[in-house]
Design a protein around this ligand. Structure first.
Ligand code: FAD
Ligand code: NAI
Length: 505
């Protein structure tokens, strides 16, 4: 009897486990966990991402006529142009962050925010599947939402070009946690180099800071690092600071390909004066734990056999490979398409989606070959550069397009009694709607020692200390809220009065 009841108990336990596992699977089966949301008489507008495009879209959108759902793994907007300043403590990370709920809570009609990664967009069933990938996950971590319109603003990830070792040993500079890691690694290199008895060769390796990519991210980071070394570390690490070396490695013949040549020359000259070694025509081929493998294009005299069979000496470009030891490696080699974007591209007709850089969109930012999907910013492949300026103008444009459409849909559905899906299809026709037009306001970059460069419309190119003040005022005025403007201003004052903090978190 005892054995029987024990068996009964175990059976019940197994049954209970099976039932709860079944319930768990059911809960985590996205199709059975559809987001119940909003007013069924309104179309659902799903927005992906919390970056420049999506935030500018949400800030300007009239939400009255939609059920708006925002899905992003980051629950804040990040002001990326000042991110390099956080890697050395010129600015604090939170000064550049703005919670998404701050933006969504200010809308007239409630907007639902979900912190999750979108794992799949199905253009046929018009659904978006998302998953909570945060550290703490509840019983339910996957869900699905059906959209009537989808706006993609998922940005891009860091390009590694499949180069071996980049992901394992390199540090990126795109997100808040990247800036934090760079700051930690830099301090670790300095403290380890200061360890008693550290051999000179090892000190030199630990204090060699290599930045790969001479685009604006790499240049601005190298500039901030140089400021930190000269303005602060000299005081705190007098024994080793003179051995710190910064090298900027760029595969092309010059840095800052998108800037005017006069500003490029100015920057390269300025870097050399400030002891930042600029290695041009040098491609990183592999990243190892303590060294990188580079191939440098150099001009050499070589002996060749001519058509007449005679040997002659000619001058030509040859590739020379070598290794460079490093302590910290920051990888700023540009953008690559995110998996969620690639997956959507693969589901659309190849003749319409033929770009590896991202989604091809038309002049209304509608994704080619898809219905009711729109995209903006770094996840698209357009004639514009992947910049915050472009993404925010596209977000604003789409907000105006969707605000007008929302009003039209409501009118078609309520006044003319049309079915909501027919009303959505009708406004998708796009006739007479304004197309997207980009207005370039200029490019700015900080190059260190309180100097900046500005490539402005109308061929205005300026560089130097006054341009730095202009750079500061532009970014300060572009910060979204008064709170962020005040925090950034306080950080600048704090740095001037007390210097940067060197404590390792
Ligand atoms: P992002 O701003 O990158 O936002 C993408 C959003 O999508 C993020 O919220 C992300 O969390 C979210 N997301 C990611 N994966 C998923 C997913 N699977 N599902 C849902 N959401 C997802 N541009 C300038 O014009 N001027 C500058 O001075 C400048 N400085 C820069 C400095 C740095 C260090 C960097 C890295 C970039 C800089 N840029 C600058 C470029 C600019 O930041 C980008 O072009 C801009 O952020 C693109 O906006 P976006 O909305 O397309 O993407
Ligand atoms: P980028 O694409 O502008 O530059 C990357 C650089 O890395 C290129 O010059 C490329 O030649 C180089 N590179 C690539 N692989 C390499 C390798 N293996 N070895 C050596 N060099 C290699 O990327 P970045 O700087 O991250 O910028 C991305 C976008 O963000 C750009 O559109 C840029 O304009 C924008 N941005 C603008 C800023 C500003 O206006 N101040 C600041 C930062 C970014």
């Amino acid at each position: 009897k005892g054995r029987f009841s024990r068996f009964g108990l175990s059976f019940a336990a197994i049954g209970g486990l099976a039932l709860s596992y079944g319930a768990y699977c059911e809960l985590n089966n996205p199709s059975s966990n559809q987001l119940p949301f909003g007013d069924p008489s309104l179309p659902t507008l799903v927005v992906l991402g919390a970056g420049w495009g999506s935030t500018s879209f949400l800030a300007s959108l009239d939400t009255e006529n939609y059920n708006v759902v925002v899905v992003s793994p980051r629950n804040y907007f990040l002001f990326t142009p000042l991110l390099p300043s956080c890697t050395v403590g010129t600015l604090e990370l939170r000064s550049l962050m703005l919670p998404m709920r701050f933006i969504t809570s200010r809308k007239r009609r409630a907007v639902k925010f979900v912190e999750a990664d979108v794992t799949d967009v199905d253009p046929v069933s018009r659904t978006v599947t998302f998953q909570d990938n945060s550290e703490l996950v509840g019983t339910v971590s996957k869900a699905l939402v059906k959209y009537d319109f989808l706006v993609m603003g998922v940005g891009a990830e860091n390009a590694t070009f499949g180069i071996k070792g980049v992901k394992e040993h390199g540090l990126f500079l795109k997100e808040i946690w990247d800036a934090k890691r760079i700051r930690q690694k830099l301090m670790d290199c300095l403290e380890t180099a200061s360890f008693p008895g550290q051999p000179t060769e090892e000190v030199d390796r630990l204090l060699h800071m290599v930045v790969v990519g001479g685009g604006p991210t790499g240049v601005e980071y190298a500039a901030e690092l140089r400021d930190f070394i000269v303005e602060d570390l000299r005081k705190w690490f007098p024994d080793v600071v003179n051995r710190v070396k910064i090298t900027l490695v760029e595969a092309l013949p010059h840095v800052l390909a998108a800037f005017d040549k006069s500003l490029v020359d100015y920057t390269e000259r300025h870097f050399r004066q400030e002891n930042i070694e600029v290695r041009l025509n040098t491609m990183v081929r592999e990243v190892r734990e303590k060294e990188i493998v580079v191939a440098e294009k150099v001009r050499r005299f070589v002996t060749e056999t001519g058509e007449d069979g005679k040997e002659k000496v000619v001058e030509k470009d040859v590739l020379e490979t070598g290794t460079v030891p490093y302590g910290m490696l920051v990888w700023a080699a540009g953008n690559a398409t995110r998996a969620v974007t690639q997956s959507l591209i693969s589901k659309l007709p190849k003749e319409k989606q033929n770009q590896r850089r991202g989604l091809v969109v038309d002049e209304h930012l509608a994704v080619e070959g898809a219905e009711r999907i729109y995209a903006m910013g770094d996840c698209t492949a357009t004639k514009y550069a992947p910049t915050a300026q472009v993404a925010s103008q596209q977000g604003k444009y789409l907000a105006s397009l969707f605000s007008d459409r929302g009003r039209k849909i409501r009118q078609l559905a309520s006044a003319e009694g049309k079915n909501i899906q027919h009303a959505c299809d009708e406004v998708e026709a796009k006739e007479g709607e304004k197309t997207f037009g980009y207005s370039h306001l200029g490019s700015l970059a900080y190059i260190g020692t309180d100097q900046a460069i500005a490539d402005l419309p109308g061929g205005v190119r300026v560089a130097g200390a006054a341009t730095y003040l202009f750079w500061r005022s532009v970014y300060l005025s572009n910060l979204f809220t008064l709170r962020n403007k005040m925090l950034v201003s306080f950080d600048w004052v704090k740095k001037t009065l007390f210097g940067r903090d060197i404590a390792r978190e």
